[in-house]
Design a binder for this molecule. Structure first.
Ligand SMILES: [Zn+2]
Length: 431
């Protein structure tokens, strides 16, 4: 089932042509309406006419998060303020947010792209979508909300938090689709299994989880605990919000909405484009956005692109789940460590809860990694020797996978702070 079959299944040749036409028009428009882009083009000594093929995209300068900060709040907008009907922002770690804007047409496009995502997940207008992504400046809640409405489904705009009420209404309203961060879905499952839920009344069949990187092992946990199909969705406010890419039921990576975005993988150090199949930093170019398009936006997300046609019939390339970010990557004693690697190890053990914290410190000149792991309730009440043994096995597995030794600290169930949004996995005391 497709939402916009014509675009989702168009041949690669047709798609390339469409992308090129749209890219050319976009470059011309941005050059003439956004001083930032004109200046960048001049610094690089190029003009829009130099973009003579899709490959020429590599000559276009990158846009970074810093550029968006420097032009705060509306310096990157490409339409008159009158045409902007919505503003969102992505939370910066400090200070002012990145501001993004949408025209009426942008909102309409966004709704359709999310409706595609829902359709990929097997949802139809008959479904009841419990939307537990946060509403507000964050694009997650509203983006998914409009998408579910575009599909014609019934939306329950829960937003994040208030878990007891989430579980009550999930049963009473018969939600069939759950949308939230994977971390929060897991937390809700934990609460549901702790009691108070009549499992006969839980009608969920699919979850669309995103806004943070998660692992295949985490998928298994979510699918088992909720008895659903768990799918990954990708997006970022700077490019659109959720719905830039989404997994279909084949679970073989997320289809990128290539009629609206050009995706590239680059070497994060040199900026050179990398061929399909190679791991690197994801870069997106808007092809259709009106209010806030970006040219070659560097996401800092690490992924891989697969061009082979999917069994679902969609022709758009798929991106591997994000395995980390170029900037949240930890370097410990010279070794690159992504929290998701640790998560996979913990989940494969099954004797721990999938809640953990990486604490990095510097002892003298040596980096020190401590991994706090929540042990499952029955394990914790078990003999001390069992815990010691688990600690030893975890330590040795971490060493063999990451190539560094870490101290394992087993902690009581529910002692690591829970998150109703993005999980905090790292405490780096070195900086
Ligand atoms: Zn597919």
């Amino acid at each position: 089932m497709y939402w916009q079959e014509k675009y989702e299944t168009m041949s690669r040749e047709e798609l390339s042509q469409l992308q090129y036409q749209r890219l050319k028009a976009m470059v011309e428009r941005l050059y003439n309406s956004v001083p930032f882009y004109q200046q960048r083009f001049k610094e690089k000594g190029i003009v829009p006419e130099d973009i003579k093929s899709l490959e020429d995209i590599k000559h276009i300068p990158f846009t970074t998060k810093q550029d968006l900060r420097d032009t705060y709040p509306f310096g990157m907008f490409a339409v008159p303020q009158d045409d902007v009907v919505r503003l969102h922002g992505s939370s910066g770690t400090t200070g002012k947010p990145i501001v993004v804007g949408y025209t009426k047409k942008d909102i309409d496009t966004w709704g359709n792209l999310l409706a595609r995502c829902f359709t990929m997940a097997g949802a139809t207008k008959s479904d009841v979508v419990q939307n537990a992504y946060g509403y507000g400046l964050f694009t997650g809640g509203m983006g998914v909300h409009y998408g579910a409405e575009t599909l014609g489904a019934t939306v329950v705009p829960m937003s994040g938090g208030n878990t007891a009420k989430q579980l009550m209404l999930m049963q009473d309203f018969g939600a069939t689709v759950l949308t939230c961060t994977p971390t929060y879905a897991l937390y809700m499952a934990e609460e549901a299994h702790a009691g108070g839920v009549d499992w006969d009344k839980v009608k969920l069949k699919v979850g669309i989880f995103g806004a943070e990187p998660w692992s295949e092992a985490m998928r298994k946990q979510l699918e088992e605990r909720w008895n659903i199909t768990a799918l990954d969705i990708y997006g970022l406010s700077e490019v659109l919000g959720p719905g830039v890419a989404c997994e279909c039921l084949q679970k073989q990576g997320m289809h990128i909405m290539e009629d609206h975005f050009i995706a590239e993988i680059i070497d994060p150090d040199t900026g050179e484009p990398l061929p399909y199949g190679q791991k690197g930093e994801l870069v997106f170019t808007s092809l259709t956005k009106e209010a806030f398009p970006v040219l070659r936006y560097r996401t800092k997300d690490i992924s891989v692109l697969y061009p082979e046609q999917c069994a679902c019939g969609r022709t758009h390339v798929r991106m591997e789940r994000v395995t980390g970010r170029t900037d949240d990557m930890l370097i410990i004693r010279g070794v690159n460590v992504f929290p998701s690697q640790v998560e996979s190890i913990l989940l494969e053990f099954g004797e721990t809860e999938p809640h953990y914290l990486l604490v990095v410190d510097r002892k003298g000149s040596m980096d020190d990694l401590e991994i706090w792991v929540e042990v499952s309730a029955n394990m914790f009440s078990d003999k001390v020797r069992g815990l010691e043994d688990l600690e030893k096995r975890l330590k040795s597995r971490i060493l063999s996978v990451l190539g560094i030794s870490a101290k394992i600290k087993l902690v009581e169930p529910k002692s690591i702070p829970r998150s109703e949004g993005k999980a905090k996995r790292i405490i780096d005391k070195r900086v």
